[in-house]
Design a protein around this ligand. Structure first.
Ligand SMILES: [Fe+2]
Length: 287
């Protein structure tokens, strides 16, 4: 098996999107795709998706799967756009149904109008195996950051979404509806139990202290050096640190546009009666 991993970094949102290739069979998958969004003008773009399409064409690869590690709250998925170009199947963790229930009531699209068979081609469960070329993808449910979070283990590479960040950045927040610091702790321990030379690929890097972008670590480095989960920290310490820290975090800049796209496999909102597409922002008032 000759697996290669190619990361594409979206600077505006600090998102790493991946093309994973089984070169000997000319097949591949895309993990955590991303759209551009200028929130002020409403301009939506496909710069990273186009880079990936050029790359795939250049390598003469067929893409079998467009996978999400979870319904992201900080960037928009390009899955629907890529699917129109590549014809590959889309998939996300089955927990997306819970995330849809938690959020869809605040948007115009309601759960009762959703047919998930049409929105995502597959909803994935723990232990499920997917295939591309001669390669296998093992789905690991890794809830905590969100209910639908899954990681994808391909050979000695695992794509963890926001279940872990780089060791110097720690772990993701758990305060969205359905999030849980104790579940995240357990999910991280599961990843840290993999062989120590397993490569961990993260979905975000925010370049702490201005360092270069880095989106790849190993199980060994992560379990020894992650600033939030390492041999000096127990579960109780972690849960109280995570809970206190989450109280200080502000709402992600792109949460509302992101959810309105990512709950529905990257589909942009339907046109309003005037033919224009809109994102909605639910208001709260303090008077
Ligand atoms: Fe996330």
């Amino acid at each position: 098996m000759s697996i290669s991993v190619h990361s594409f970094f979206h600077k505006d949102t600090g998102t790493a999107s991946y093309v994973v290739i089984d070169a000997s069979h000319k097949r591949g998958v895309i993990i955590d795709s991303v759209l551009d969004l200028d929130i002020f003008s409403g301009q939506v773009g496909v710069s990273i998706a186009e880079q990936q399409l050029d790359f795939i064409k250049d390598k003469n690869i067929e893409i079998d799967w467009i996978l999400e590690t979870h319904a992201h709250a900080d960037h928009l998925s390009a899955a629907a756009y890529l699917q129109t170009k590549l014809g590959a199947k889309t998939a996300i963790g089955k927990g997306i149904e819970e995330v849809q229930r938690n959020f869809s009531h605040i948007f115009t699209q309601s759960m009762s109008s959703v047919d998930n068979e049409k929105v995502f081609d597959q909803l994935l469960t723990d232990g499920q195996m997917l295939h591309f070329g001669d390669s296998q993808i093992q789905v690991m449910a890794t809830p905590g950051h969100t209910d639908d979070s899954v990681s994808y283990l391909i050979d000695n590479h695992i794509f963890v979404g926001d279940t872990l960040f780089m060791p110097d950045s720690g772990t993701a927040r758990c305060d969205f509806p359905g999030g849980s610091a104790s579940k995240l702790w357990a999910s991280i321990k599961r990843i840290h139990a993999l062989p120590e030379d397993t490569n961990i690929w993260v979905c975000h890097d925010y370049q702490p202290n201005g360092r270069e972008v880095n989106v790849q670590t190993t199980v060994l480095d992560s379990k020894l050096n992650n600033i939030h989960v390492n041999p000096g920290i127990n579960e109780d310490d972690y849960i109280s640190m995570r809970t206190e820290r989450d109280k200080t975090l502000s709402v992600p800049r792109l949460i509302y546009p992101s959810l309105q796209v990512n709950l529905w496999s990257g589909a942009l909102p339907a046109k309003a009666k005037n033919g224009v597409q809109y994102f909605s922002i639910p208001l709260t008032t303090n008077f």
